[in-house]
Design a binder for this molecule. Structure first.
Ligand SMILES: [Zn+2]
Length: 143
């Protein structure tokens, strides 16, 4: 069994702006949120100043369950920087309770050979630089 790991947080830096700050502030509290239009109720991720469907500026940040499903993935056998060599699994995760929203993330834990499209996953949190956290996902065995 080969276990996928998260990229070490000290290598991950994010940029926060007015539109994305609510996502990152919630992540810091280990809450997964997504922006939903305050008028037409469609999700829009990444967050934008105007709804692409109705041009509304109204936005509601909705807390999600953290459950997801692997939409696409790849297996990388070594990280993109010098140092310790270990496998990691970049993924695109669909979030069923936020219609149309997908996050680019990593799957960690479990055997890399078990990762597949449609795999059920649940959010976990990877501490990174400057006190932020990024959502990552682990296999959801329903427990
Ligand atoms: Zn809208």
């Amino acid at each position: 069994m080969t276990t996928a790991r998260a990229l070490p947080g000290e290598h991950i830096h994010i940029a926060v702006n007015e539109q994305t700050a609510p996502f990152w502030e919630a992540a810091k509290e280990e809450r997964l949120v997504a922006p939903r239009c305050g008028d037409c109720a469609r999700f829009r991720m990444p967050p934008t100043p105007f709804c692409p469907h109705c041009q509304s500026k109204a936005i509601d940040w909705v807390e999600l369950s953290g459950k997801g499903e692997v939409f696409s993935y790849t297996v990388c056998l070594k990280p993109p920087f010098p140092g310790e060599v270990f496998p990691f699994v970049p993924v695109v995760v669909s979030l069923p309770d936020a219609d149309g929203v997908r996050l680019i993330s990593n799957v960690v834990g479990g055997d890399i050979a078990d990762v597949h499209v449609g795999m059920k996953v649940k959010v976990a949190w990877n501490p990174i630089t400057d006190g932020w956290k990024v959502p990552i996902f682990e296999p959801d065995h329903g427990d």
